[in-house]
Design a protein around this ligand. Structure first.
Ligand SMILES: Cc1cc2nc3c(=O)[nH]c(=O)nc-3n(C[C@H](O)[C@H](O)[C@H](O)COP(=O)(O)OP(=O)(O)OC[C@H]3O[C@@H](n4cnc5c(N)ncnc54)[C@H](O)[C@@H]3O)c2cc1C
Length: 423
């Protein structure tokens, strides 16, 4: 009966032109909640169907002794997240600072660990950043300030490493690569350059952002309160939409089959021998190359001084199951789980095993970072995607509209509502 009701609602909304009917939204993540809020501001009523038992989408945490261990988004600041911060302020959720006391690189197969180069931007980095700023304004700015409404020129359809190979930004390339790896944005030899170019839009590498301490926020709490306090929509939790009563059209099939995602995992795991408040990044063959994608951990953060639980992120091949990724991650952690500061190069303290009982939370983000590859970009993917909006009275908004990032998905949802519903 309930499923029947969902289908009726969706069919009516997708097929009727009447503005009396509620707009049906699938998913109560940042995209769905922002779309609902914007629609409601235009006087439309909304109903949201969410498969999970909680709102927030990716924004879920594991809590222990009142502390949040982030299994989804965590980083935020006024520079990179102005619209997100307006919501956080409106619902009274505050930020915290995170300052790791030590930073390490690790070899995920041998467990060898060494001190990471300092994070402070070097004078060479700042000079490159200045040159890059002018370059970005020239080639990318028009794509960055709004949804992608036109196709990319050839220069922007190449991979990140190919694009950098044609420029002279070695320091910047190393920073980009480091973030691409930690954030599960895939292999730099395959990832087209537009997504990393958005780091600039978000002020991620601008000197003030690099200087300030990292700010984190409990995004789950933000979206929980957003849904309760500011969004009027009726939200049906635990309601998976299997079909909206419409067949995918051939053009929808073509466009969506070109979408790539990352098999990204987040977890909270006890590492009892690594120093607290320490940060570990995967080492790669060179500062500008990606590691092989094999299910290994790429980024590990001991978040609290009072706890030996770490938040960590692993990347699997598309065909790797959560069980396989968990096994590879635990093997790798069992080689790293020691205090590297007390180690002499020729006198390795043995690492302590990490086993399944140390895993407090492990979450797969199977559809993380929807984006399109170089071939799709070269084939004019954006026009095809934009042409789908409104067909069968169905609209799409997610990280795909720009880049997987809370700020972008909030802004993209508003743009879709503004473009298609405001009149
Ligand atoms: C580990 C991790 C760390 C991140 N860190 C950051 C960060 O520090 N800062 C930042 O800005 N961004 C970060 N992000 C990105 C950010 O989380 C996403 O961009 C954002 O959450 C996407 O929101 P969304 O609503 O588009 O998608 P989602 O959050 O995936 O929400 C989609 C919702 O739709 C539901 N759904 C899907 N299909 C159906 C269906 N058929 N029926 C019913 N419901 C359905 C899903 O259950 C889900 O709840 C991170 C993401 C991850 C995974």
């Amino acid at each position: 009966m309930y499923r029947y009701l969902c289908l009726i609602l969706c069919s009516l909304i997708t097929l009727s032109a009447s503005s009396e009917l509620p707009v049906c939204i699938v998913g109560a993540g940042a995209s769905g909640l922002s779309a609902a809020h914007s629609l409601e501001a235009l006087g439309r009523s909304t109903v949201i169907f969410e498969e999970k038992d909680a709102v927030g989408g990716n924004a879920q945490n594991y809590y222990e002794n009142g502390l949040p261990y982030y299994l989804g988004p965590l980083l935020v600041n006024n520079g990179s997240h102005p619209e997100t911060m307006k919501i956080a302020n409106a619902v009274n959720v505050t930020t915290s600072t995170y300052t790791p006391v030590s930073s390490w690189l690790f070899n995920w197969t041998t467990g060898e660990t060494w001190v990471s180069p300092p994070d402070e931007p070097s004078p060479e980095f700042l000079r490159e950043y200045q040159r890059y700023t002018a370059h970005w304004e020239r080639i990318f700015a028009r794509f960055a300030r709004g949804a992608y409404t036109e196709n990319m020129p050839d220069e922007l359809t190449v991979s990140t490493s190919e694009w950098f190979a044609g420029q002279n930004y070695p320091q910047l390339q190393a920073r980009f690569t480091r973030n691409i790896i930690s954030w599960g944005y895939g292999d730099v030899d395959e990832l087209p350059i537009p997504s990393p170019n958005q780091f600039y839009t978000l002020s991620i590498f601008n000197p003030p952002s690099l200087a300030r301490p990292q700010l984190t926020i409990d995004f789950h709490e933000v979206f929980e309160r957003y849904a309760r306090q500011l969004v009027d929509s009726t939200i049906h939790l635990g309601s998976k939409i299997e079909s909206i009563g419409l067949e995918l059209t051939p053009s929808e099939r073509t466009v969506f089959s070109a979408v790539q995602t990352t098999n990204y995992f987040s977890s909270a795991i006890r590492l009892n021998n690594t120093p607290r408040l320490s940060l570990f990044r995967i080492a790669t063959e060179s500062p500008t190359s990606s590691p092989p994608i094999a299910g290994e951990p790429v980024y590990i953060e001991g978040r609290f001084n009072t706890s030996d639980l770490s938040c960590l992120y692993s990347v699997g091949r598309p065909d790797q199951s959560p069980e396989e990724v968990a096994a590879v991650t635990l093997q790798s952690l069992s080689r790293i789980n020691r205090d590297p500061s007390s180690q002499e190069a020729d006198d390795w303290e043995p690492a302590a095993p990490v086993d399944p009982s140390d895993v407090k939370a492990f979450r797969q983000h199977r559809y993380y970072f929807p984006h399109f590859d170089q071939t799709a970009l070269q084939g004019g993917w954006f026009d095809k995607f934009n042409n789908l909006q409104g067909g069968n009275r169905t609209y799409y908004t997610s990280g795909l509209n720009r880049v997987e990032h809370v700020e972008f998905v909030i802004v993209s949802a508003r743009e879709v509502v503004e473009a298609h519903f405001s009149s």
